[in-house]
Design a binder for this molecule. Structure first.
Ligand code: NI
Ligand code: MN
Length: 227
């Protein structure tokens, strides 16, 4: 399993030769200026919620690659109306077996409207189960007790958690979330992109270390192996 960071909450994950792309927000992200959005591979695009900083490049990448977009029912309908044919609508609590593995949609405590104001349904997180490992992609969320269910549901090898605070949980709550999901390897996301969510990297890493956990902050454009 290989993981590529495209900035903000956007990651590519390669499983069994399939490219999963989470929350594409590249062309409007100044910090991701080094990424060529037209070269980002995708067989599946998973969209956690409708906010622009998670969906801005979804339509263009879906049209270029022919990827299937996995998202809420409401976002699926909106994408269909906006020129994306291949969508797989889901909702919280549901799971589906794809050719790379299983996707289970879990609760995220946030909001979800699309860039034109259309209601986006409930925001979601995703648990991915595959032969190459299991992980949790939290999307934008607060710390919630629901996360304890994730720890009970499956062995989570690593997790993508938001750490930027203000719009989502910050570092301290992400450490608690790691405990709730019973996982010690965390890849940080949703930080630094905007003024409200700038964080001190060294301090965040140290706080995770103090509790016996690892916070991984890949550089934008960097590809790492499954932690
Ligand atoms: Ni959001
Ligand atoms: Mn966001």
């Amino acid at each position: 399993m290989k993981i590529t960071y495209y900035g903000h909450s956007c990651f590519g994950v390669e499983i069994k030769g399939k490219h999963l792309l989470f929350d594409p927000f590249i062309s409007q992200n100044e910090l991701a200026a080094s990424i060529d959005v037209n070269a980002v591979p995708a067989d599946y695009i998973l969209v956690s919620h409708g906010h622009f900083d998670h969906i801005a490049d979804c339509i263009a990448i879906a049209q270029r690659t022919g990827a299937t977009v996995v998202c809420s029912w409401e976002i699926s309908v909106w994408l269909n109306k906006n020129g994306v044919e291949k969508t797989h609508p889901m909702n919280t609590g549901g799971k589906w077996l794809f050719d790379f593995g299983k996707v289970k949609c879990v609760a995220a405590q946030h909001s979800s409207s699309l860039p034109d104001g259309t209601y986006g349904g409930n925001p979601m997180g995703f648990i991915i189960e595959s032969e190459e490992g299991n992980f949790y992609y939290a999307g934008d969320t607060a710390l919630t007790m629901e996360m304890k269910l994730i720890g009970e549901y499956r062995q989570i090898d690593f997790a993508f958690l938001p750490i930027g605070d203000n719009f989502t949980m910050g570092v301290d709550n992400a450490i608690l979330a790691s405990e709730f999901i019973n996982c010690t390897k965390i890849i940080g996301m949703h930080y630094d992109t905007f003024g409200y969510i700038k964080i001190n990297h060294a301090e965040a890493i140290e706080k995770f270390n103090m509790t016996g956990k690892q916070l991984i902050l890949p550089i934008i454009g960097e590809t790492i192996h499954k932690p």
